[in-house]
Design a protein around this ligand. Structure first.
Ligand SMILES: [Zn+2]
Length: 203
C-alpha cells in the first residue's frame, strides 16, 4: 500500500475532496452504474469516509479521494503527487474486488482477549474476530500516515516485528495501521487515534 501503482496514469473514476463528505449516495450510485458489485461499493465508500474523517483531523487541507477503475491487490493508496507530471496529491480507492480483499484480512488477523492484534492461526490463543469496520479503519490510518510521512520533520516509527516489510515507510505505516485497529477495537475516540497517526514518532 505504499509504492505507487505501475499504471498510475489511469484516469480516476470519480473524485471528491477529503473535506466534503456530502454526496456519498451519489458516489455509490455512480459506482454501481459503472458495474461495481454492491458489497465492494459499500466497503469502498466506507473506506473513503474513514480516510476523509481521519485526514480532516490530521490535516487542515483536504485532498481528493478518487476511485480507480482498474483492479489492484491494494485496497487504497496515498499518492504524493508530482509537480513534473502536474499530478495532484490524492488518495486512490481500489473498489474492484474490495470485499474479497477485506475477507482476506479477516482470515489473517484476529484480536486476543486482551485486545492485542494476533495472527488467526496463533495456537492457544482464543480469538475475537476482527470486523470489516476495524480493518477498513486500519487501512485508512495507514494511508493517512503515508501523507504524514511527507512532512520533513517526521521521524519514522519502525518495528523489528515486521520482517516482511522491507521499506521503512511501509513498516512505519503498518505499525500505525495495527495501532489504529487496536485503538478502535478498544473503543478509543477517533480524535485520539488521529493524534497517534499525526504525531507518533520513533523514540
Ligand atoms: Zn503503505
Amino acid at each position: 500500500m505504499g509504492e505507487l501503482p505501475d499504471n498510475n496514469n489511469q484516469e480516476p473514476l470519480i473524485v471528491f475532496t477529503a473535506l466534503e463528505r456530502a454526496g456519498i449516495n451519489e458516489i455509490k450510485k455512480s459506482l454501481l452504474e459503472k458495474g461495481f458489485e454492491q458489497e465492494d461499493v459499500e466497503l469502498s465508500v466506507q473506506l473513503a469516509d474513514d480516510i476523509s474523517k481521519i485526514d480532516s483531523l490530521v490535516f487542515s487541507d483536504g485532498i481528493p479521494i478518487s476511485y480507480a477503475d482498474s483492479f489492484s491487490e491494494h485496497t487504497a493508496q496515498y499518492h504524493p503527487g508530482s509537480e513534473e507530471e502536474n499530478q495532484s496529491e490524492l488518495y486512490i480507492i481500489y473498489a474492484k474486488g474490495m470485499s474479497g480483499k477485506i475477507a482476506k484480512g479477516k482470515n489473517i488477523f484476529q484480536f486476543n482477549k486482551n485486545g492485542k492484534l494476533i495472527l488467526k492461526n496463533s495456537e492457544g490463543e482464543e480469538g475475537i474476530e476482527i470486523t470489516s469496520e476495524e480493518l477498513l479503519f486500519g487501512v485508512a490510518a495507514h494511508e493517512v500516515r503515508h501523507r504524514v510521512q511527507k512532512s520533513s520533520d517526521f521521524k519514522k516509527l519502525v518495528s523489528r516485528e515486521l520482517p516482511m516489510e522491507t521499506d521503512r515507510r511501509e513498516k512505519d505505516a503498518r505499525m500505525i495501521e495495527f495501532m489504529s485497529m487496536k485503538a478502535l477495537h478498544a473503543g478509543k475516540p477517533i480524535e485520539e487515534i488521529a493524534k497517534i497517526i499525526k504525531e507518533k514518532q520513533e523514540k
